[in-house]
Ligand binder design. Sequence first.
Ligand code: AMP
Length: 280
Amino acid sequence: MATIIKSAKDITSVLAQSERSIGLVTTMGALHDGHISLIKASKFDCKTTVVSIYVNPLQFGPNEDYKTYPRDLKSDLKICEENNVDYVFVPDDNEIYPGDNKENIVKPPISLASDLCGKTRINHFSGVSTVVKRLFEIVQPDYSYFGEKDLQQLYVVKWLVKEFNLPIFVRACPTVRESSGLAFSSRNLNLSAKEKEIASNLHKALVMAKKNIRSGFFNLSKSILESLIFLSKFPEIKVEYFEARDKNDFSKVDDEKKEGFYLLIAAKVGKTRLIDNVEI
Ligand code: AMP
């Protein structure tokens, strides 16, 4: 039976008595198969599994979708129950940022925070780092689980753990996809059926570039260009970026490189912003 806890103080004290190791899956709710894979990984590794559900206002810009971000607590709790989650932490803003105190903002290095998604989502990664650090402080997990779907976020969290010397293992979990190739995302709920079908082309474009690079048919930039030409056939898709980053340090990648990096895409499909990536 999953126990629902709303107060930071309560969950800290309950977990102090719980059997270790403790695994934490941080989410913004509207849980789907991607989240479930993280829960399963935690259940496999840890004695106690905690899922946090919190839509963090700090990581949304003023013109972003904080208000329309999908929320469905009833279904989330059912999913947690079905997957034998031990504790579901559902804090409100005051538990995370007591007294509206947003002074302890954590700022990742500019090279990471202002790259790719950070170019258009200005304070997004400081919002992510701040809330993840706070959730780590409250839950004090041994393991934490993050999806490769949000790859830049994963690198930010790894930076966070290193920077503050936190005794927490960050486990990266592979992207879970629908049969069309579309990566599961809570934001998919805001897509129409037609948009959802069109959105599956983001993954197709990534796979196409991967094949072109791996086969040596085109170099990196020509492969990206070919995929962008493919995507330009869909007027509903507006690509924000389509870039490569090194697996080791998330730096830019040499044009002739054929492995050891990721291709990452961000695009709007209609009004919904989606991200995805593949490893090369
Ligand atoms: P979110 O609720 O979107 O903030 O995501 C919570 C966690 O689930 C993050 O670590 C995400 O990277 C992860 N996640 C979201 N979608 C997927 C997916 N399709 N496959 C694997 N992990 C995912």
